[in-house]
Design a protein around this ligand. Structure first.
Ligand code: AMP
Ligand code: GLY
Length: 424
């Protein structure tokens, strides 16, 4: 088969590596990809939002299956465009990707179908939002409705902060049109867990759990980022939690989408918070998480093409999903200054050290080849260094050991990825 992957980050590298393991994959393309993906796939210089060019490429190259890694093209309707041209593609259609594309939609869905989540109100009007805050309890959480690169959530401790937040989201449009509407919701406490799942419209099969570290600095300090590291499985995702989520969240979400005439096929990523009152949904994403995919996919035993095809064909009930009985940790190597301001074009040394080492992966996020054929940094998050181990402790030691193999100027990482496991 000829497979096209759409996206350019560590997640797409992890997807490509998983696809490359399949005996069914004869040729892999990635649009636009990055330097690391280029080692296992042919990168095609087409942007993820250039749907017409992607369709033309898929037709001219007889692509059998397209897998979309990123949220923007899914929310923008890439699946509808491909399907209209008779092309096979994995991901939710536009009317289902709204599960991630609009937080107001997802909150209303959860309310209507009794799926546990924080209490909330949606607002289209800044003055109404400001008036609402006058009687609210603090801290409180403000969320821009649309996609905002994971940055559209503000946790406000005081009325003043919250008012400023409403102004910057709805009036100053800090997150652009994503802030035309907003959700104001109750602040919850608890540990966060990410559960990714495959969905075929009716059946849902959850993958092994993971936990992200979203803040830039150790001890969950600093700014929110796309994710600085992950571990899988989460020791906090117990059988009891799993049972509750199976009863109240997972299938309920798939059924709710179907009942709304928005059949969901693809990946649903459940961002959960394990609150004192039980697990609640923080957010939905309509794609693999990044860097969650970098710890979950290396542990998956199935042929990813079989699973993806079962989702498209509506036969996921026939698939037995299986994960290795081990653990994985991913430490993101970033350029110091991320997520605000950082240099690009710095030479990356030591990548060859990963060659031939089983259980170690160096997924590229922001890298490219310069004119001399050297690997250089090309983004804030540069690499996702992932290692497996018999348990989380060993996986963590292995991952941090492997971070030493890589060197580039301004290399920055958190030193406490997976440290929480010692509290479990
Ligand atoms: P989201 O993009 O909705 O997952 O939000 C980003 C991050 O903000 C989450 O991972 C949480 O750490 C935090 N967050 C979001 N909603 C809430 C909430 N209702 N209570 C507490 N923290 C929240
Ligand atoms: N790691 C969080 C996300 O992919 O949204």
């Amino acid at each position: 088969m000829k497979i096209l992957i759409v996206g350019s980050g560590g997640r797409e590298h992890a997807i490509a590596a998983s696809v490359a393991k399949s005996p069914k994959a004869d040729k892999i393309y990635c649009a636009p990809g990055n330097a690391g993906i280029g080692q296992i796939a042919q990168c095609v210089p087409i942007g993820a939002m250039e749907f017409d060019k992607l369709v033309t490429f898929a037709k001219e190259n007889a692509i059998d299956l397209t897998i979309v890694g990123m949220d923007d093209p899914l929310v923008g309707g890439i699946v509808d465009v491909f399907e209209a041209e008779g092309l096979r593609i994995f991901g939710p259609r536009k009317n289902a990707a709204i599960l991630e594309g609009s937080k107001a939609f997802s909150k209303d869905l959860m309310k209507k179908y009794n799926i546990p989540t924080a209490a909330y109100e949606n607002f289209d009007d800044a003055q109404e939002a400001l008036a609402y805050l006058e009687t609210a309890d603090f801290p409180i959480v403000l969320k821009a409705d649309g996609l905002a690169l994971g940055k559209g959530v503000l946790i406000c401790n005081t009325l003043e902060e919250a008012k400023d937040g409403v102004k910057s989201i709805m009036l100053d449009k800090q997150f652009g049109t994503a802030g035309n509407r907003m959700v104001i919701e109750e602040f919850m406490t608890g540990r966060e867990v990410s559960v990714l799942s495959y969905v075929d419209g009716k059946t849902i099969k959850t993958m092994t759990s993971a936990q992200d570290h979203k803040r830039a600095k150790d001890g969950d300090q600093g700014l929110n980022t796309g994710g600085m590291g992950t571990f899988s499985p989460s020791p906090f995702y117990t059988e009891e939690v799993d049972k509750f989520c199976k009863e109240h969240i997972y299938q309920a979400t798939v059924d709710a989408m179907a009942a709304e005439g928005r059949e969901f096929k693809g990946i649903i990523f459940f961002g959960l918070m394990l609150t004192p009152k039980g697990p609640k949904v923080l957010e939905y994403n309509a794609r693999f998480g990044d860097p969650e995919a970098q710890v979950v996919l290396p542990r998956m035993k199935n042929d990813i093409i079989d699973v993806v095809e079962a989702c498209i064909d509506g036969t996921l009930d026939k698939i037995e999903l299986a994960f290795e009985d081990n653990a994985a940790v991913c430490v993101v190597l970033a350029s110091d200054g991320y997520p605000i301001k950082y240099e690009k074009g710095l030479e990356i040394r030591g990548l060859e050290q990963f060659e031939g080492k089983d259980g170690y992966y160096c997924f590229h996020a922001g890298t490219k080849l310069d004119e001399n054929g050297r690997f250089v940094t090309n983004g804030g998050r540069v690499l996702g260094v992932t290692a497996k181990g018999a348990d989380l402790k060993e996986a963590r030691e292995n991952a941090y050991e492997a971070t030493k193999w890589i060197d580039f100027d301004n290399k920055y990482m958190r030193n406490d990825i997976g440290k929480a496991i010692y509290e479990a």
